[in-house]
Each structure stands twice: as structure tokens, then as C-alpha cells.
Unconditional design. Structure first.
Length: 490
């Protein structure tokens, strides 16, 4: 008679291999990069997603979570290094929640992102032999972001180096930087960052110096007390303009403190063209306030994508990678195959960047957007660029699309769809099918929801013809795709 130990009994009842019990440490070979940036290993046929591991490595990892179909683990040490590994550029790598793939070569990042798109289409969309083109690289691997949101905090993350030295270099109760990944209560006090610019880090150091000496403390979501909440830095990558947005709660003497900080910043950094103060009286940890005061300059900056110039305020949506957006929009225009007599619908049009990019290539563009402030930005951008053949419709997408279709004598020739990460609502997908554009150019920041939506469209009247990944966020797991769907028989 065979006697089972506790782990074997638990495995028999849960269906998981005995070696994958929570808390178990084991050696794993990382086969590929899973969606979300974790390494993928296999144990007795079960997938194990390993945090902090890259393809080609052999790691010692500890199982942190188990489910019926998979397990999760975190890396304890690298036993064997990968040929695709590189030395991380930033000293905060591994603790910061920003650049999760900085230890993976950029060529490898592009290949693995292409594979992730292909796998999402196959497993979630049922596209078995769909060709996915090689990923288009970002023009810049570092310093590519035009916007960064930094957080103030009263709980500073103590780095591994500090713990080893047993000497605190900085105070525990003040930090200005980024959240530790998965820890919204602690802030990593950034000394360096290669996401936005060197100037951005100099501004951060100046703000830290001034604010840490003030009588007003950082805001905390644990007790909802304190004053300083966020610092947002926006840069016009093609114009050199700079906007700072200082987000605070409300407190006695707060307005004077922010005004004094603004004066110091403008004095030390002549390139700053606008400073605004947003007051957030709510409990939500957001960098948007109910009230905005302009402290310096016009309260906005301008930047260019292609031949168009855009006005960008503190809370405007704008593509985060300006130079990458130019590559992205080139692909949108190519797949849209614009002609002078075409009517194009731009769904989820935001501030109108895609609509304006296509405007001089077609007869008319109609943008559809739920957020009214974004529509106001889009209309302002049309006026700024003296564009007269673009209309914007504000409101619920399904209702506004249906109304446009029933009241307009014009039919839509091509449709650009750029939804949020959640993809399209099923009602919107059905309305798109009813409108029957000959071409659909689908811009997606989430391969999983794109695969789902593309499957529904192709079960109706469309064929997925081309899928082009575009890397807008180097050193991170995120990937954008631009895809073409053609109406069958159209």
C-alpha cells in the first residue's frame, strides 16, 4: 500500500502537481515571455508565470499562488543567465514599477511582443495561421515619454541596498517618485529615471528639496490627511515646451506654498512655459483636480505630430510617446488607404489626433467620443490647424453612431477604431457591422481584447488581413497593434 505525504494528498484534491504547492522553491527554465511581462515556465505540463524572469534564464523561484490551470512564482535568484539579457540601465530596476523589461535586449523585446500578439490571436480569437508582422520599433528606447505623473508619499520604500547597509540615507516619512509595483502605500523616492528626460529628473529634485522643507506634509490615502499629492511633468518633445501640474489637497497656507514653489521652478528652469495648480478635494488617488489655477504661462503647451500641432492642457489625453505616435499614425494612414472622396469615421477619437492626421487625405472625417472635455480639445485643435472637414460628435458611442447612420445621407467608407484597453462594447461591435464600412483599421493597446473583437467582426462580414505591432512603450510589457479588416465581397 502506498502512503501519501501531505503535499501529495493536497495535489490529488486540487489537481495541481505536488511541486507547485504555495511556498515551494524550485528551479525553473524560462521558455518565453508571457503577456504582462512575466517569464513563462512549465512544470509537469502546467504553466508557471515567473515574476522577474526573462526567456532563456534558469531561475530559482518560489511559488506564490496556485490555480487549477496555472501557478505564479517570484524569482529568488538567477541560476543561469540568458543570451538575451542585458545590464539594466537604471539603479532602481527591480524595485520600481516602471521598466519591467530593462534587463531584456530591445531586439528580444520586439520579438517577444510580436509572439504575444500572435498567441493572443490564436488562443483568444481562434486565428490559427494569422500572419503578424515584425514589431515596429520605437524611435527612442529611453527618454521617450512626454508625460510622467509622480506621487508624494509619507511612506518611503526602503531599498534593498539601504537594508543591507543598515543606514537610512533619506527620511522614512517623505518620498517623491513612483509607486512600487503592487504597493500603493509606498513610494520609491526616485534619484534617476530614463523614461522622460534628464530635465524632468532635475525638476523632480528641485521640487523634492523645496517641498520636504515645507510645513505641509504629503497626502496619504490611509488617513486622507496631508497636502502634497502629485507632480505631473508634460513635455512637448517636438517643441521643447514644458508644463508642470502640481496636484494638492486643500490646506491653510497651501496656495501660498504652491505659488512659492512655482516661482522657484520658473526661476531655476527658464524652459518651463506653464505651471498649473490642480486642487483634488476627493479621496481618490488621481492627478486630476476639481479646480485648476494657472500660476504661470498660458496653462497649456503645444506639440506636433506630423504636420499638425496640438494644444495640450494638464488633463488632456495625448499619446505618451510622441515620436512613436508618428510611426503609429503612419501605419493607420497606410492601412486606411485614404482617397480624396472618402468619408472616415474615427471611433474613440479623444483629442482628435488621428482625425486631424487623416483630414487632408480624405473628404471628411467624423470623430466620435464620449468624454466632452476631449471633444472640446479636439475642436480647439481643428481651429488651431485651420481644418474644416472634421466634425466631432460627443456622447455614448452606440447611440451617436446609430444617430449618425440614420440621419446622415453619407455612408462611411473607412472606420478607424481606437478603443480603451477594455476594447469595444458588444453593442458597438454590432453597430459597426450594421454600418458596414469597407475598411476597418483597428488600433489596440490590448492584444487580448483586440483578439476578442476581431473574432466577432470576422464571424460577421470581415476578414483580418494585416496585423502590425508597434512598440510605443519600450522596456515595458505593453504593445500596440494596428490591424486591417476588410469587408468580405466589399
Amino acid at each position: 500500500m502506498t502512503h501519501e505525504n501531505k503535499e501529495q494528498k493536497a495535489a490529488r484534491h486540487t489537481g495541481e502537481p505536488a511541486r507547485l504547492r504555495k511556498g515551494t522553491a524550485l528551479e525553473l527554465q524560462i521558455e518565453s515571455l508571457a503577456f504582462g511581462g512575466r517569464g513563462l515556465a512549465k512544470v509537469d505540463g502546467m504553466a508557471v508565470f515567473v515574476d522577474g524572469a526573462v526567456p532563456g534564464q534558469t531561475v530559482r523561484a518560489r511559488i506564490s499562488r496556485t490555480r487549477k490551470a496555472y501557478a505564479e512564482a517570484r524569482t529568488l535568484e538567477v541560476v543561469k543567465h540568458s543570451n538575451e539579457e542585458v545590464e539594466p540601465r537604471c539603479k532602481h530596476f527591480g524595485e520600481c514599477g516602471g521598466c519591467r523589461l530593462q534587463n531584456l535586449s530591445y531586439d528580444a523585446q520586439l520579438r517577444h511582443k510580436q509572439s504575444q500578439v500572435r498567441e493572443s490571436l490564436e488562443h483568444l480569437g481562434g486565428f490559427r495561421d494569422q500572419q503578424v508582422l515584425p514589431t515596429i520599433a520605437s524611435p527612442e528606447q529611453f527618454y521617450y515619454r512626454n508625460k510622467m505623473e509622480y506621487s508624494f508619499g509619507r511612506l518611503r520604500w526602503i531599498s534593498a541596498a539601504e537594508l543591507q547597509s543598515e543606514e537610512l540615507v533619506k527620511p522614512r516619512d517623505f518620498a517623491l517618485g513612483l509607486h512600487i509595483r503592487g504597493r500603493y502605500d509606498k513610494i520609491l523616492d526616485l534619484d534617476e529615471c530614463f523614461l522622460q528626460s534628464a530635465t524632468s529628473m532635475e525638476i523632480l529634485a528641485c521640487v523634492r528639496s523645496v517641498v520636504s522643507q515645507s510645513n505641509l506634509k504629503p497626502y496619504s490615502t490611509s488617513d486622507h490627511r496631508g497636502f502634497w499629492r502629485h507632480l505631473m511633468v508634460r513635455e512637448g518633445k517636438n517643441t521643447g515646451e514644458l508644463l508642470l501640474n502640481i496636484v494638492t489637497a486643500e490646506a491653510k497656507g497651501g496656495s501660498r506654498a504652491v505659488a512659492s514653489l512655482s516661482e522657484r521652478l520658473v526661476s531655476d528652469f527658464p524652459g518651463i512655459t506653464s505651471v498649473v495648480h490642480n486642487i483634488n478635494r476627493g479621496k481618490a488617488d488621481t492627478a486630476i483636480g476639481e479646480e485648476e489655477r494657472v500660476l504661470h504661462g498660458p496653462g497649456f503647451i503645444k506639440d506636433r505630430i506630423g504636420d499638425r500641432i496640438y494644444r495640450i492642457s494638464a488633463n488632456s489625453f495625448f499619446q505618451t510617446n510622441t515620436k512613436g505616435a508618428e510611426r503609429l499614425y503612419e501605419e493607420v494612414a497606410r492601412l486606411c488607404a485614404p482617397e480624396s472622396e472618402q468619408v472616415v469615421f474615427d471611433l474613440y477619437s479623444g483629442a482628435g489626433t488621428i482625425s486631424l492626421y487623416l483630414a487632408d487625405k480624405v473628404r471628411k472625417v467624423v470623430g466620435f467620443e464620449l468624454v466632452e472635455s476631449a471633444v472640446a480639445d479636439a475642436q480647439a485643435n481643428c481651429h488651431l490647424n485651420e481644418v474644416g472637414n472634421v466634425d466631432f460628435v460627443a456622447g455614448d458611442l452606440k447611440e451617436s453612431l446609430t444617430l449618425q447612420a440614420t440621419t446622415s445621407a453619407e455612408s462611411v467608407d473607412a472606420m478607424v477604431i481606437d478603443p480603451p484597453r477594455a476594447g469595444m462594447h458588444p453593442d458597438v461591435v454590432n453597430t459597426v457591422v450594421d454600418l458596414a464600412p469597407a475598411r476597418i483599421v483597428y488600433v489596440s493597446c490590448n492584444p487580448a481584447t483586440f483578439a476578442r473583437d476581431a473574432k466577432i467582426l470576422c464571424q460577421a462580414e470581415y476578414e483580418l488581413v494585416e496585423v502590425q505591432p508597434v512598440d510605443m512603450f519600450p522596456m515595458t510589457p505593453h504593445i500596440e497593434t494596428v490591424s486591417l479588416l476588410l469587408r468580405k465581397g466589399g
